[in-house]
Design a binder for this molecule. Sequence first.
Ligand code: PXL
Length: 281
Amino acid sequence: MSHVLKKVAAIHDLSGYGKCSLTMAIPVLSAMGIECCALPTAILSNHTGFDHFSFFDFTPQMPAFIREWQRLNLHFDCIYTGFLGSAEQIALVEGFLQSFKQKDTLVLIDPVMGDNFALYATYTPQMCRDMRRLVHHADIVTPNLTEACILTDTPFPQESPDLPFLRKLCRDIFKQGPKKVVITGIINQERSLVQNFVCQGEHDEGFMGRNHYNFKSYNGTGDLFASIVTGCCVKGMDFVSAVQKASDFVCKTVEYTYLHNDNDLDGILFEVFLKELMDNV
Ligand code: PXL
């Protein structure tokens, strides 16, 4: 089935303030000329990096939402998922994939579970097992190094991982189903570079993309990265170029935010550069 606009079903939380998940995916995909259809998993006043926030769990509403989309007979070119709040939600997303994934539907799962070698507070061991099951349905996964280790039950590395370590992580992820993996946020031993390791199948040696590391990190950068990769892949760009494009955009935005923003929690100033995504993809 073809549409004038490609359609992406984006299954993430909606944080009203602070720019992450849906408030990142919707503007990024729209700027890239892609229709972003949002299935919220939770509605928050602001992201969880702040000391306080309101949280409304949308899980009970999700089945009705999904049923209405089935009645509308929607077809998606891509299904893109990120942060999921409970084991029940992971099961709902699995059901969604079973209903809506067709031969020509790209499934990109960002297995948001943790960072800096720790699980996020809301993540239970059961949810990690469920996330491992969910990635069986993915064509592409975009874990950070911490999440790649959790997905494959690999002890966290003591120092910056070398290529054989990264290749083994990817091979273990391929055994779970995905065909393309990018492991993000790999800081080199000298702490001067932030790197992404891209691998496209068991026999691929892999490719290490590199960018300058300025020691800053902001909530939502992972969502910005994964949303751009999603948009590029939906538009048919090859995977290595998509990752490089996303990585360059994130680095430029982080650098600009560092120079111009007072409060790190306000999120990254990606809007300043959004026009480049309209023009260049
Ligand atoms: O960017 C990941 C993310 C997703 N959803 C919520 C968050 C964060 C990161 O802080 O708080 C609610």
